[in-house]
Design a protein around this ligand. Structure first.
Ligand code: ZN
Ligand code: ZN
Length: 500
């Protein structure tokens, strides 16, 4: 029996536990830095479950919440020192680093939303400032302020930490210094829907609970579940620790908001090979857009969808990425392949590995198409063939190890001077026969039998063929490599090698 894919298993369980009529799958992020491959796990995991529920006929929504009301915690290494004065302000009220976006949060959110489009994740994007300023949190904030003591008790009991005197579930925004850190609530007027606040900067006054601040994270989360009707939510293991924000959120949701906490999907980190978990603040990260220049979006989805959420993913953009693309193309895991597909991802039958060779042989697009045609590949879908070739070209430039990079020499390399008469005789036969062989396999087999007939180790003859072209003893898989090269060129080159 085939194992159910994790997304289907979760969809099934969610429907069993909470009914199969309608669901809301939520995910989100605090856009405080570049949103990278590591962050992508959350939204792709949510999308896989969303698709699985949708296929079961469930009326399902996928939402993505940008926590742009969160404060800037520190001046990250990628920020200029002038951001010192912005620390403690909400991200939506801080200027964007490049000057081209509405605010700091949008600067990081916008490229991410573009990549969501490429990944064909149709999430409804909600921004925390809109939710707060439009009053959607009004009721939840009122309840939180009224039930401050029970919330404080839950937090202390579950998280085993003691809260300071005067703790409030509401973090007011100081109208004077614009900070949300260093402010406190000293009074609450339920009828007026306002709080009395005091700020470290010296400000004292009244703020509305609508737009005048936000709930602290541990209360914001369960409040949001109820406001948005969230029933399923993936989150990183940092929120899933014993006494962590899911544990406290669950209790607060049940006891304060009378709402059942969403079905939790805890996911592990994506590690960057040799560098550990990705953090944009530490510079250990590859942005999603950077990766989408190298791999097709469906393969990036597949990277995440093929692994169970609780397993960590080791991401290596070098040769393992080639293997991943191969695995996707060969449909090794059919259900993961299906959940990863994009409508736009026209599939070409050309293995990426072969494109990696072809783009290094071809000087331009015409030459490339000529090579692919000669090798017998279908190139009628020009747009997607060229897009994939462009991916391959960038991959070679940025991530290919030296063994996969090569340059065909324009003249016969000097190293062929060491060939003996037996070698030259083999090249003579090769020059004669190479035009007869059509496929990479035929080329490979033909070369093999020439060596055998001459009583030479095939491996040695292979090495010498590489020398005549690359001046090195190894190179890309020989059959395909030779089929990528122009036939007349090969005949001339092998004749030269036979002659000297
Ligand atoms: Zn910007
Ligand atoms: Zn202030």
């Amino acid at each position: 029996m085939v194992d159910l894919h994790w997304a289907d298993a979760i969809a099934e369980e969610v429907c069993e536990l909470r009914g199969g009529d309608s669901h809301v799958v939520a995910s989100g992020i605090t856009p405080s830095g570049e949103i990278h491959i590591g962050n992508m796990r959350e939204v792709v995991t949510a999308d896989a479950v969303y698709r699985a529920l949708d296929e079961r006929g469930v009326d399902v929504r996928l939402i993505y919440v940008a926590d742009n009301f969160d404060p800037l915690r520190t001046v990250y290494p990628f920020l200029p020192e002038t951001y010192e004065k912005e620390v403690g302000k909400p991200l939506f009220r801080i200027p964007c680093p490049c000057g081209g976006h509405e605010n700091y949060a949008e600067h990081f959110l916008e490229p991410f939303l573009e990549s969501l489009e490429l990944l064909e994740i149709d999430a409804e994007v909600l921004r925390a400032d809109d939710l707060y300023n439009s009053g959607r949190y009004r009721g939840a904030i009122k309840v939180a302020l009224e039930k401050r003591d029970s919330i404080a008790r839950i937090l202390e009991e579950i998280s085993h930490r003691s809260l300071p005197n005067g703790w409030s579930p509401f973090n007011p925004l100081c109208p004077l210094c614009e900070r949300i850190v260093g402010t406190e609530v000293v009074g609450f007027n339920a009828r007026e829907e306002s709080v009395e606040i005091r700020c470290r900067c010296g400000f004292q006054g009244i703020a509305s609970i609508v737009g005048g601040g936000k709930l602290t994270w541990r209360v914001d989360w369960p409040a949001r579940w109820k406001i948005l009707g969230v029933t399923v939510e993936p989150f990183g293991k940092d929120h899933a620790t014993r006494g962590g924000s899911y544990d406290t959120g669950k209790r607060i949701a049940e006891e304060v908001y009378q709402y059942e906490a969403p079905y939790p999907i805890v996911y592990e980190w994506i590690m960057l090979k040799g560098k550990g978990a990705m953090h944009s603040s530490k510079g250990v990260a590859i942005s999603i857009n950077e990766m989408l220049e190298v791999v097709p979006p469906e393969v990036l989805r597949y990277l995440i969808i093929r692994s169970k959420p609780e397993k960590h993913i080791e991401f290596d953009p070098g040769v393992p990425l080639l293997n991943l693309i191969d695995e996707y193309d060969r449909r090794v895991n059919p259900r993961a392949h299906q959940l990863s597909q994009t409508r736009r991802g026209e599939e070409t039958s050309i293995p990426f590995r072969h494109l990696v060779t072809a783009v290094q042989v071809a000087r331009d697009a015409d030459a490339l198409l000529g090579i692919l045609k000669r090798s017998g590949y279908e190139i009628s879908d020009l747009r997607s063939v060229l897009a994939r070739a462009e991916n391959a070209r960038r991959w070679v430039e940025r991530y290919a190890p030296p063994t996969l990079r090569f340059r065909v020499h324009e003249r016969l390399p000097q190293a062929t001077k060491s060939f003996d008469s037996k070698d030259r005789a083999m090249f003579d036969v090769l020059a004669e026969k190479i035009s007869e062989w059509k496929t990479p396999q035929e080329i490979h087999d033909g070369i093999y039998s020439i060596a055998k007939e001459a009583n030479v180790e095939p491996k040695e003859f292979f090495q010498k063929i590489y020398i005549t072209l690359l001046s090195t003893k190894s190179g890309p898989r020989l059959g395909y490599f030779l089929s990528s090269l122009d036939n007349d060129f090969l005949v001339t080159r092998f004749k030269e090698a036979a002659r000297e």
